[in-house]
Design a protein around this ligand. Structure first.
Ligand SMILES: *Cc1c(COP(=O)(O)O)cnc(C)c1O
Length: 398
C-alpha cells in the first residue's frame, strides 16, 4: 500500500499516508497507527533514533505531514493544533521592523492577529484589495517582507491573481503566503505558482466531518522548511497524534466529498442566481463572477462554498428560521451543509459601516454545501426563500 509521485492526486489522497514508509511497520495495518507516546527510548548512549520527543516529531503526525507536503507539491508539511496556529506560526518567520501586506477580506482570526498582535512585535501591516494588483504594488514598502493572500476570500469569494502577486513579490524580494482552505490541494496548488508557504485550516474540507480543529503549513524551499520546522518545535502548537489520525482519514475521502459538494454548490448557485429576491450570488464557478477567468486559470473548480445577498436582515432572518436541512453555524467544509450569517458570526467584530463597505451586508448569507441530496437542498432553499420574500421590508414587485 503506497503511492508514488507519478500517481494522480486522487490516488495519492488515498495512499499518501503510509505507516510502512514512516515507521517501517511490518504488521500490514492499512491505517497509520496512533502513536500515543510523548517520548522515545533511545538505542544506546551514542545513537539517538529518529524520534526523541513528540513536540519535535511523532510518527502519526509525520505520516500526515509527509502526505500533505506531497499533495501540495511541496517538500515539507507541518501539522498544527489549528488553522490559526499554522498561520501565526508562519508569521513568526518575520522580524521586528518588517512590514506585511494583507488582503482586505482576510479570515477574521487572521485579521485579529494582524491588527492586535503583530504590532506588539513592531511589525507593520497594510490591508489592500488584492484583486487590484496596482493597489498592491503601491502598498509595497522598502521593508515589506510578506504578501498574504486568501483566494477565494471570505465571505465574498473574491479572486486574487496568484501568479500576478507572486511576480510582484519576487520583484520586491518578499515572501508570499496563501491561505488555501477553500480550494484545498485538490483544486488549487499555489506552490506550483511560486507561493512560498501554503496554509490551511484543515478543520474544514481536509478533515471534512466537523470533528477536529487542525491546521497545516506546506513549504517547497528546503531552507524555508527548516526555518518553519524550527518555529513549529519552538512555538509548540503541534497537532496531537489522535487528531493527526482523524485528519489522515478525512483526506482519504476528500476527492469524493469535495467533487460531489462542488457539483451541488454550482447547481445551488445557479438556482439562487435566478431568484428575484436574491440580490447577488458570490460563487467563483459562475461565469458572471468578476474573478471567473482568473479563478479558472489557477483552480480546477468553483468549490463548495458560496454566499448570497438577500435584501435585508428581515429576509435573512426568515430564511434562517425556515431552512430545515443545513446546520446554522460557523465553520464550513463538512459533510453537512452549513449556513452562516457573517454579520453576527465571522464578522461580528466589524462595525456595520465597515462591513457594508466590504459588501458584508445584513442580508448576506454564506453556504458551505455538504453531501445531502441536492434536490432536497434546493427544495428546502425554495421554501426558505418564499418565507424571506414574505418577511422582507424592502418594497418590491416580484
Ligand atoms: C477557519 C479558517 C481559518 C482558521 O482555522 P482554525 O482551524 O479555525 O484555526 C483560517 N482561514 C480560513 C479561510 C478559515 O476558513
Amino acid at each position: 500500500m503506497s503511492s508514488n509521485a507519478q500517481d494522480n492526486l486522487e490516488t495519492r489522497l488515498v495512499h499518501g499516508a503510509s505507516s510502512k514508509e514512516v515507521t517501517g511497520d511490518k504488521t500490514g495495518a492499512v491505517n497509520v497507527p496512533i502513536y500515543l507516546s510523548s517520548t522515545y527510548h533511545q538505542e544506546n548512549f551514542d545513537t539517538l533514533g529518529t524520534y526523541d520527543y513528540s513536540r519535535s516529531g511523532n510518527p502519526t503526525r509525520d505520516a500526515l505531514e509527509k502526505s500533505v507536503a506531497d499533495l501540495e507539491g511541496g517538500t515539507r508539511g507541518f501539522a498544527f493544533a489549528s488553522g490559526m496556529a499554522a498561520i501565526t506560526s508562519a508569521f513568526m518567520l518575520l522580524s521586528a521592523g518588517d512590514h506585511v501586506v494583507v488582503t482586505n477580506d482576510v479570515y477574521g482570526g487572521t485579521f485579529r492577529f494582524v491588527t492586535k498582535i503583530l504590532g506588539k512585535f513592531n511589525i507593520e501591516h497594510t490591508f489592500v484589495d488584492m484583486t487590484d494588483l496596482k493597489e498592491l504594488e503601491k502598498a509595497i514598502q522598502s521593508n515589506t517582507k510578506l504578501i498574504y493572500m486568501e483566494t477565494p476570500s471570505n465571505p465574498l469569494l473574491k479572486i486574487t491573481d496568484i501568479k500576478g502577486v507572486v511576480e510582484l513579490a519576487k520583484a520586491n524580494d518578499c515572501f508570499t503566503f496563501l491561505d488555501n482552505t477553500f480550494m484545498t490541494p485538490l483544486y488549487q496548488r499555489p506552490l506550483e505558482l511560486g507561493v512560498d508557504i501554503v496554509l490551511h485550516s484543515a478543520t474544514k474540507f481536509l478533515s471534512g466531518h466537523s470533528d477536529i480543529i487542525a491546521g497545516l503549513a506546506i513549504t517547497k524551499d528546503p531552507e524555508l522548511g527548516d526555518e518553519l520546522a524550527f518555529v513549529q518545535n519552538t512555538f509548540g502548537s503541534i497537532l496531537g497524534a489522535q487528531d493527526s489520525f482523524l485528519l489522515i482519514q478525512g483526506i482519504k475521502t476528500m476527492k469524493a466529498r469535495l467533487n460531489e459538494s462542488s457539483k451541488s454548490a454550482e447547481k445551488i448557485a445557479t438556482y439562487l442566481d435566478q431568484q428575484e429576491i436574491v440580490e447577488a450570488v458570490y460563487y467563483p464557478g459562475l461565469a458572471s463572477h468578476p474573478g471567473f477567468d482568473i479563478h479558472n486559470s489557477q483552480s480546477t473548480s468553483g468549490g463548495a462554498l458560496l454566499s448570497f445577498r438577500l435584501p435585508d436582515r428581515e429576509a435573512a432572518k426568515a430564511f434562517v428560521e425556515n431552512i430545515r436541512i443545513p446546520v446554522f453555524a460557523v465553520s464550513l467544509g463538512a459533510v453537512e451543509t452549513i449556513l452562516s450569517y457573517p454579520a453576527t458570526m465571522s464578522h461580528a467584530a466589524m462595525p456595520k459601516e465597515e462591513r457594508a463597505k466590504r459588501g458584508i451586508t445584513d442580508g448576506l448569507l454564506r453556504l458551505s454545501v455538504g453531501l445531502e441530496n441536492v434536490d432536497d437542498l434546493l427544495a428546502d432553499m425554495k421554501q426558505a426563500l418564499d418565507a424571506a420574500v414574505a418577511a422582507s421590508k424592502v418594497e418590491r414587485v416580484y
